[in-house]
Design a binder for this molecule. Structure first.
Ligand code: 5GP
Ligand code: ZN
Length: 112
């Protein structure tokens, strides 16, 4: 846990969130400023700053986060979805605790 990290505080329950899933390693909650009809964040409880800080020891955790996306998307009734991981200031990252954005619903997203 990092003292000033908003996602660590959400993971510990100190800050409330609209949680849609939790297990011992991961918490998933709706983004506070959604940019799609469905927009949730898959967040590890372990404080890792970004994908740039990940190493081999994080492989299983990252795989689990990725596999949660289709499971939870299906539960939310999404036939498809988009994943984004903003990485570093240059990559548009604002919260420096790694997270996967999952977007779905009828929404126009940039074709990248
Ligand atoms: P980033 O640019 O770091 O990938 O995105 C961080 C995301 O976290 C943003 O989409 C922002 O709306 C979301 N966010 C920031 N603070 C909070 C919060 O306190 N609660 C929730 N649910 N989402 C947050
Ligand atoms: Zn954190």
């Amino acid at each position: 846990m990092s003292a000033d990290c908003i996602f660590c505080k959400i993971a510990s329950g100190d800050i409330p969130s609209k949680k849609i899933y939790e297990d011992e390693d991961v918490i998933v909650f709706n983004d506070i400023h959604p940019i799609a009809p469905v927009h949730f964040l898959i967040v590890p409880k372990l404080h890792i700053e970004s994908l740039l800080s990940c190493e081999g020891q994080h492989q299983t955790l990252l795989g689990r986060m990725l596999l949660l996306a289709p499971k939870l998307a299906k539960e939310q009734g999404l036939p498809g979805f988009r994943i984004m991981i903003n990485t570093g200031h240059e990559g548009g990252q604002e919260v420096f605790h790694i997270h996967l954005h999952v977007f779905g619903g009828s929404v126009s997203l940039p074709k990248t």
